[in-house]
Design a protein around this ligand. Structure first.
Ligand SMILES: Cc1cc2nc3c(=O)[nH]c(=O)nc-3n(C[C@H](O)[C@H](O)[C@H](O)COP(=O)(O)O)c2cc1C
Length: 437
C-alpha cells in the first residue's frame, strides 16, 4: 500500500524501516526489482479511500500512527515499476464505488498496454463512511447493495474492455490503409439501475483486455461475487480448517472456472529459529497497539475506544467488513473483548506472524498449500526492505529445493503466467461473453 503503515502498525518506527520513503520513486522501483529477483508473481497494491476515524470517533490515532494515512494513488506507481521489471504483475486495488466506469476502464487499459499485459485489478467497494463523505454522500451504501452495484459495474467495464473494439479492428484498418476499421468499433450502450453510458471505449484492446481480476469475497454475498468475477481470491489467514472450508466453498461456487486462492501471511524469517525469535522481539518493540486498534475499529466498524478491557463487545450487523468481524469473534474466544483483541496483536496487526528458521517457514507454507488447498500467499510487509530480502534470498531458494517454487517466470501476460492458458478470459467467465471478436 502506498502509505507508511499498512498492516503491521508502528513498524515504521523501526530504525531500519524505509516505509517513510513511500513517496519516493526509488522506494517503489527498488521494491519491484527485489520482487522480480525473487520471481514473485505480483505486487499487490492495497488501497482504501477515506480515513480511519471510527476509533474514538476521530482520525487522531490514525494520523499519529500513520495507519494507512498519508496514502498515495497506487495506479500512478505502476508505470515506473513496470519500466524497472519485465515479468512482475501488478494487482492494483481500486474502489469502483467512486470511479466512473468509462474513465476507470481507460486508465486500466492504459496500464495494461504500458505494462505489456501485467495489469491486475483488486475489485473493492470500500468499507468507510469517511470515503462516502469525501465524495459528497452521507454514508456508504449498505453492505450487500455495494456488491449489487459492483455486479452492474463489472458488466459495464467488461463491455468497454471486451466489446467496443473487435480484435481485428486494427488489422482490418491496416488492410484498407486506415488506422482502424470503423465497422469493427462500436459503442457500448447501457441503461442500468446505477449507471448509464453510451460510448466507444477510448483505448484499443490491450494485451489482456480485462485485467487479471482479484477479489476478497468472504461474506456470503462476497463469495457469490467472487465466484462470478474473480480469477484470484485473497483470503485472510487464521485457523487452517476454517480457511480450508472457505477455499473449498469458493472453488465449488466458481466451478468450472479455476480460482487461484492466496492466503494472507506475515513472515519473520531467521537463518536459525533463535535468530527469527530475536528478530521478532526486536520488531515487536516498535509495534503499535493504538495503531492496530485504529485499524481494527475501521475495518470491523466497531469503536473499540468505547469499551473497557474486559467488557463484552457487541457485534451487531456491520456495514464494514463482515467476514473480519466473524473471524475476530471466533479467534477471540467465547467472549469478544478488547483485551482478547489486543492479546492477538503481535506485530501491530490481527495477523499473527509465522516465525522460524528458513526451513521451518518453508515447511509451514508448504503445510498451508497441502492442508488448506491454497495456491499461494499474499505476504504483508514488516520492516522494509529487509522483510522482502529475507524472502527472496533465504526462503525462495529453500522452497525451490523442495520443488515448491518456480525457477523461472513463464512467458506472457499476468494471466498467462498464472493460469498457463491464453491472455484473455475464456467462457464461462462473463467477460468472454462480451467480446467483440
Ligand atoms: C487480503 C485482503 C486484502 C484486502 N484489501 C483491500 C483493499 O486494499 N481495499 C479495500 O477497500 N478492501 C480490501 N479488502 C476488503 C475486501 O475488499 C472485502 O471488503 C472483504 O474482504 C470482504 O468483505 P465481506 O466479508 O464483507 O464480503 C481486503 C481483504 C482481504 C482479505
Amino acid at each position: 500500500m502506498a502509505c507508511v503503515g499498512h498492516i503491521q502498525q508502528g513498524l515504521w518506527r523501526h530504525p531500519r524501516d524505509r516505509a517513510t520513503d513511500y513517496n519516493k520513486l526509488d522506494y517503489w522501483t527498488g521494491m519491484a526489482r527485489t520482487l522480480e529477483r525473487g520471481l514473485f508473481d505480483g505486487l499487490f497494491l492495497a488501497d482504501v479511500l477515506g480515513i480511519y476515524d471510527v476509533y474514538g470517533g476521530s482520525p487522531d490515532a490514525a494520523l499519529r500512527e500513520a495507519v494507512q494515512v498519508p496514502l498515495l494513488d497506487p495506479m500512478l506507481l505502476v508505470p515506473a515499476m513496470a519500466a524497472a521489471t519485465q515479468h512482475l504483475g501488478f494487482g492494483i486495488t481500486c474502489n469502483l464505488a467512486y470511479e466512473a466506469p468509462y474513465l476507470f476502464a481507460r486508465r486500466v487499459s492504459t496500464l495494461d498496454h504500458l505494462t505489456g499485459g501485467r495489469a491486475g485489478w483488486n475489485i473493492v467497494t470500500g468499507y468507510l463512511d469517511s470515503a462516502a463523505r469525501a465524495m459528497g454522500l452521507q454514508r456508504q451504501m449498505a453492505h450487500d447493495d455495494r456488491y449489487d452495484l459492483a455486479d452492474e459495474y463489472m458488466d459495464l467495464v467488461y463491455a468497454l474492455w471486451e466489446g467496443s473494439w473487435a480484435g481485428d479492428a486494427r488489422a482490418r484498418g491496416e488492410a484498407m490503409g486506415a488506422y482502424a476499421d470503423p465497422a469493427r468499433v462500436r459503442p457500448v450502450r447501457h441503461q442500468g439501475a446505477q449507471y448509464r453510458l453510451d460510448a466507444i471505449h477510448l483505448a484499443e484492446p490491450s494485451p489482456q483486455r480485462t485485467p487479471l481480476l482479484f477479489q476478497a469475497g468472504a461474506s456470503d454475498r462476497g463469495r457469490q461475487f467472487a465466484a462470478r468475477h474473480a480469477e484470484c481470491v485473497f483470503v485472510n489467514g487464521g485457523a487452517k480448517p476454517a480457511v480450508a472450508s472457505l477455499v473449498a466453498d469458493l472453488r465449488a461456487r466458481a466451478n468450472p472456472r479455476p480460482l487461484k486462492v492466496l492466503v494472507g501471511a506475515t513472515l519473520v524469517i531467521g537463518r536459525t529459529e533463535a535468530e527469527a525469535r530475536d528478530k521478532l522481539e526486536d520488531y515487536r518493540r516498535h509495534a503499535s497497539v493504538e495503531g492496530a486498534l485504529a485499524h481494527a475499529s475501521a475495518s470491523l466498524g466497531i469503536d473499540f475506544a468505547r469499551y473497557g478491557m474486559d467488557e463484552p463487545i457487541e457485534t451487531g450487523p456491520t456495514q464494514a467488513i463482515q467476514s473480519n468481524v466473524e473471524a475476530m469473534k471466533k479467534a477471540a474466544g467465547p467472549v469478544f473483548t478488547k483485551r482478547g483483541l489486543i492479546d492477538r496483536f503481535i506485530l501491530g496487526s490481527r495477523q499473527p506472524p509465522i516465525v522460524g528458521s528458513v526451513e521451518q517457514v518453508a515447511e509451514a507454507l508448504i503445510g498451508w498449500v497441502e492442508e488448506a488447498d491454497v495456491d499461494g500467499f499474499n505476504l504483508s510487509r514488516t520492516v522494509m526492505p529487509e522483510c522482502l530480502e529475507d524472502v527472496v534470498d533465504l526462503l525462495v531458494p529453500a522452497l525451490q529445493e523442495r520443488g515448491a517454487y518456480k525457477r523461472a517466470y513463464a512467458p506472457g501476460t499476468f494471466r498467462e503466467k498464472l493460469f498457463g492458458a491464453g491472455p484473455l478470459l475464456e467462457a464461462p467467465h462473463p467477460a468472454a461473453a462480451r467480446r467483440f471478436t
